[in-house]
Design a binder for this molecule. Structure first.
Ligand SMILES: NC(=O)c1ccc[n+]([C@@H]2O[C@H](COP(=O)([O-])OP(=O)(O)OC[C@H]3O[C@@H](n4cnc5c(N)ncnc54)[C@H](O)[C@@H]3O)[C@@H](O)[C@H]2O)c1
Length: 340
């Protein structure tokens, strides 16, 4: 029988996940929950976002149970998995309540607003003997996954440097503008730049320290962050995340990784390899969509009673901790040791 999914938070990501589940065998969305009654009636015209659209403006929700309160969704005995696509500051409370109600949980990144909340989620999953997954989609993004595979294979030698960027126009679509509220979203560092911080941890391991600089629309805010991750062996890793671009500035993400005998770079949507002494060439990557890859992996993990080797929940706690160290560095102007 297909796993029965209940999605809570039908905004930009909830709508995305809703569309993706239609393409995943072994999963069926049976319930949705949102505080916005229009969305529960199928009118999704108010949903915005900064990457491609997945699904129509008017949804046919026949056969899907709709709830305007979280506790009613968690009490639904015919839901196996709760998919949390709520604003970040609400992740921990929703995930912990769903786990306590006996549901498995898939939660959008960042895992929670603070690493203390994220640890509570891990504890709740363990106590309830239920599975918990955090949707760090970049680990499943074909171009990033392929580049990591090339780096790990070691055929081009040691990594010398790596640079990641992630830039966007200022997000203006979110529910009651929660993305612009530092206490709710953690702003650009925790909401957007964490994609790269997580991939850096996944690929290069824990740095010894971070030095970050940031800028914001007002003092004490971080709408742009640039971090240098300090590793032994002179490995230089930096990442830049910024959403302080006005108007319709387009979303973009890219990276460049220099190894001893080749460079690999993702720019303009293509992965290119430049081997020493050879010609640059496009690298073929797996077909498929990162969101579909990640939700399929989590559904299969739940069905087979196993954890995800690609994205274990404990690694998502460390990503929040790493970004907390970066925010601390940016706001104090000091280098911060990374200890976890
Ligand atoms: N993986 C990615 O690429 C990616 C991209 C964007 C957002 N996200 C993450 O997804 C999460 C959601 O972001 P978003 O952009 O979809 O936000 P959003 O503002 O578009 O949507 C949030 C939804 O939650 C609903 N909601 C708010 N409070 C609620 C409550 N108490 N109970 C039920 N529903 C409630 C709102 O009505 C809205 O529909 C965030 O954690 C964000 O960081 C991930």
């Amino acid at each position: 029988m297909a796993l029965r999914i209940g999605i809570i938070g039908l905004g930009f990501m909830g709508k995305f996940h809703f569309g993706v589940y239609q393409r995943i065998e072994g999963a069926k969305v049976v319930a949705i929950c949102d505080v916005d009654e229009m969305k529960l009636r199928g009118d999704w015209s108010s949903i915005g976002g900064n990457i491609g659209d997945d699904g129509g403006q008017q949804q046919d929700l026949s056969g899907i149970r709709t709830y305007n309160r979280a506790d009613r969704l968690f009490a639904d005995g015919e839901v196996d998995v709760v998919d949390v696509t709520l604003p970040t500051h609400l992740h921990a409370e929703a995930a912990v309540s769903a786990l306590r109600a006996g549901k498995h949980v898939i939660c959008e990144k960042p895992m929670a607003r603070t690493s203390a909340q994220a640890r509570r989620m891990i504890h709740a999953a363990s106590k309830a003997s239920r599975r918990l997954f955090v949707a760090h989609c970049i680990r499943f993004w074909p171009h990033y996954a392929k580049a990591r595979q090339v780096v790990m294979a070691g055929q081009y030698g040691k990594v010398i440097s790596a640079v990641f960027t992630r830039l966007s126009g200022t997000p203006i679509w979110s529910y009651q503008n929660w993305l612009q509220n530092p206490g709710k979203s953690g702003l650009c560092a925790l909401d957007m730049h964490i994609h790269d911080a997580d991939f850096i941890l996944y690929t290069f391991g824990k740095p010894d320290a971070v030095t970050s600089r940031g800028s914001g629309f007002r003092k004490g805010r971080l709408d742009h962050i640039v971090t240098t991750y300090e590793y032994r062996d002179n490995l230089l890793v930096t990442a830049e995340g910024g959403w302080d671009y006005a108007g319709e500035y387009p979303f973009s993400m890219s990276f460049r990784i220099a190894m001893k005998k080749a460079a690999i770079a993702f720019q303009g949507g293509e992965l290119m390899l430049y081997p020493l002494g050879g010609q640059g060439r496009k690298v073929d990557v797996d077909d498929g969509d990162a969101y579909e890859n990640e939700l399929r992996e989590f559904v299969q993990c739940i069905a087979n009673g196993r954890d995800s080797e690609i994205a274990p929940a404990c690694s998502a706690v460390r990503s929040v901790q790493l970004v907390e160290a970066e925010m601390n560095s940016a706001l104090t102007g000091k280098k911060v040791k990374v200890s976890f």
